[in-house]
Design a binder for this molecule. Structure first.
Ligand code: IDP
Ligand code: MG
Length: 139
């Protein structure tokens, strides 16, 4: 069993894609074991994306991620990290496989609808960033 942190980003919430995205994760056999809507200020978004500090797209990414509410969720299942990322598609929607969330719905490489952790260590950090143990419901 593995856990991953996913976010429906502000553009995904704005486009009414919360249900669509959760449906795809659940349809792939991933269990939603934590879920909430939040709104990050710039400091909170910077903390979440700290690994990207210094990159050319960092400032713009922080403005975007703090521009409106997000839905954050913890998903659990075998291979949860790679399954979620497969469903999301590549970071750049132009390079994302047909039928993936980003290929179908994303506007551009920044406004790409959804986040998913990329490794067990980052998943642990990202889950702990938004959820405490009382907010996660594992079988
Ligand atoms: P990922 O979300 O597919 O894991 P990362 O490389 O971790 O991609 O980048 C984090 C987020 O930063 C992306 O989802 C996207 O919103 C934004 N981003 C990444 N690369 C670029 C870029 O080259 N231009 C603008 N935004 C970017
Ligand atoms: Mg990433």
């Amino acid at each position: 069993m593995e856990r991953t942190l996913s976010i429906v980003k502000p553009d995904g919430v704005d486009k009414n894609l919360i249900g669509e995205i959760i449906k795809r994760f659940e349809g792939r056999g991933l269990k939603v074991i934590g879920l909430k809507m939040i709104s990050m200020d710039k400091k909170e978004a910077e903390g979440f994306y700290a690994v990207h500090r210094g990159k050319p797209f960092f400032e713009s990414l922080i403005v975007f991620m703090s521009s409106g509410p997000c839905v954050v969720m913890v998903l659990e299942g075998d291979g949860a990290i790679s399954k979620a990322r497969e469903l999301m598609g590549a970071t750049d929607p132009k390079k994302a496989e047909t039928g993936t969330i980003r290929q179908q719905f994303a506007s551009n490489i920044e406004r790409n609808i959804v986040h998913g952790s990329d490794a067990p260590e980052t998943a642990a950090y990202e889950i702990g960033y938004f959820f405490n143990s009382l907010e996660i419901f594992s079988a």
